[in-house]
Design a protein around this ligand. Sequence first.
Ligand SMILES: O=c1ccn([C@@H]2O[C@H](COP(=O)(O)OP(=O)(O)O[C@H]3O[C@H](CO)[C@@H](O)[C@H](O)[C@H]3O)[C@@H](O)[C@H]2O)c(=O)[nH]1
Ligand SMILES: [Mn+2]
Length: 743
Amino acid sequence: MAKSLPLYEKTNIKRSTQRVLDITIFILLVSLDGYRVLLIYNHGFSYLQTIAFLCEFWFSFVWFLAIIIKWNPVHYETYPQRLLKREVELPAVDIFVTTADPVLEPPIITVNTVLSLMALDYPSNKLGCYVSDDGCSSLTLYALKEALKFGKIWVPFCKKYEIQVRAPFRYFSSPPHLHTSAEFRNDWQMVKVEYEKLEANIKEAEENKFGLEEEVDGMDMADFCNLHTKNHPTIIKMLWENKDDLDELPHLIYVSREKSFKHHHYYKAGAMNVLTRVSGVLTNAPYILNVDCDMFMNNPQVVLHAMCVFFNSEDDFEDIGYVQTPPCFYDGLKDDPYGNQLVIVYEYFTRGIMGLQGPIYSGSGCFHRRKVLYGQFPHYTTNSVDGRKASEQEIIKSFGYSKAFAKSAIYAFEETTFGYLPEGLFNNNNLEAAIQVAGCGYEIGTTWGSKIGWMYGSTCEDILTSLVIHRKGWRSIYIALNPPAFLGCAPSQLVTSLTQQKRWVTGLLEILFSKHCPIFGTLFENLQWKQCAAYLWILTWGIRSILELSYALLPPYCLITNTSFFPTMEERAIFIPISLFIVYNFQQLLQYKETGQSVRAWWNNQRMGRINTICAWLFGVGNAVLKLLGVRETVFEVTKKETYCEVDLGHFTFDESPMFVTGTTILLLQLIALLTSFIRLGRSRSAVLEVICSLWLFLCFWPFLKGILMFGKGRYGLPFSTIYKSAILTLLFVLLCLRTTVN
Ligand SMILES: O=c1ccn([C@@H]2O[C@H](COP(=O)(O)OP(=O)(O)O[C@H]3O[C@H](CO)[C@@H](O)[C@H](O)[C@H]3O)[C@@H](O)[C@H]2O)c(=O)[nH]1
Ligand SMILES: [Mn+2]
């Protein structure tokens, strides 16, 4: 019987070898800690040994957390065909796309994402697509308007021929299949020409910066006339309304929330909350799918897959808060030179977390339940604010003064499948209500960002939001589809990648040192302790960077001062660090092999691991400290989206960023250390392991040496200021080393 078949199934993945290796590494780490303790106990306190102990102790702790996470990996399989057989009424879904800057995020990218989403295999009268434009750009609006025209031929074309890749730029980047009908080839050609026209129009508008006050194609652009992108009233444009017709496109709504210099706008989290409210008064779908502007939909069935989870069986479903799809990227550079494809993190860590309370929300490609975002606790079917049923008055107090919104929220708590559609969608009353809830003063005195919606206070609003949801006891589920549900663009330049990493680390520390710290969530709320371990593993990245930096300074210190911090050749304990080095790298290599990646990809990732921690994460820590001290607010630096492949892809390029100073300094120090030990060869104590460490780090930071050698050769070379700052730091360190030996 079709009805009784489950809509999704969970299978455990067996990874015995990995488990054995994990445990072995942990035992070795603990032995190393033990060795240090004994040494300090027997020979008295020494700074060198204490620093080494602290670092290694922390690495052991992080490894312990990792074991908890990786212990029980799982896989979920979803069956949309079974769902369709059940003939249930499918619920409405509101789709949120955010864009923030027409230069860093060219409108053609956003347009492709929107077009792919409009073409989802899902009843189009149940979909509403909201685009938030924090850049308040008439260009983005114009591009959307043009895209809508193209969408009217694109979407039917995709559905007629069951095209899989529904982002046109991606689809047209390869020729059509050979064995296709003449009709298909004609259609293909026609649609392609139309897409090229769309591209050309947007490009032209970009170049000409058309007179903003002009009427573009019957659309009044006067709203954008003379306005400042950081100080302007709300602009909402109802671009398309689906009149409850399956063959039409889904609703398309453009929202640029009000901005003023007097208010904080909370970056993406703020934008998401505005969309939540605007969609609340318009379509109020019980499910919300959110997608970054650079993540196009790549599996048309993805909404059906997600619904399989939500619709499985009554009791099961009652505590699932959201469904996340993995972040996957297209056109990954060969062998992952910047280590940002996250394959290993996904396969070993995320799959592991899936077996705990559930995956962490990663900001894009996620299906939320509206009532969960509204602060609902699991197993409630009516509204509950702070865990108990609330009156309309209380709802207004916490959700803001809009009556229309409060009313819609009550519907949302009851999770009616259609959402809330009073007489006609785009009437003036609704529009007025929407403009009201998009105002920048609307949230004052409410609990938006503190208890409901997307959470404020961290540039990693995604992780903070999911933590707050998990703390209430909700579970979450990951669906990894084939083909991947969404494909995004990963930074293809070193600076961009490092800037992103830096922002993440700042955001993570902001959470760790706030009242939202997961430890409290486990002690006082419903966050499971293993899930807490998973959060801690991520949130402590910044701390790891300080210890990694200290550890990276130990070998040069020892080699310059002719001391050692590792056991020497004469000691039997030397086998501990040696085995650790071998087993650890063997395990890493094995993981790359298991996931079908090359040895080169392993090397690149492990190298970028060091570069990220020492360059980007360290500055992330700096930003977080400045914020905690109240010196400076953190800033969400939007990641630059590269549209076209540049020639130097994969080559390291540099700029004036201070992040490169630490990297260059570490390189110079290893160089001096290696030279010193070479000169001393034969006359010094045996410091084999220190030399190996130094050499290893030297190889990791090799691209910086190239940067120095290419000095003056444009972006491939390190700028002079960076080199001389690093040289001064190196000199200071060497002097410090010499001073300690004199004493
Ligand atoms: O003031 C802002 C800043 C950003 N965004 C949007 O936020 C999204 C993510 O920004 P991006 O610069 O692409 O950051 P990434 O580092 O690529 O984003 C990752 O990390 C973020 C948290 O740091 C998450 O929010 C993202 O979903 C996740 O993909 C984009 O759609 C932006 O348009 C806004 O809407 N308003
Ligand atoms: Mn992004």
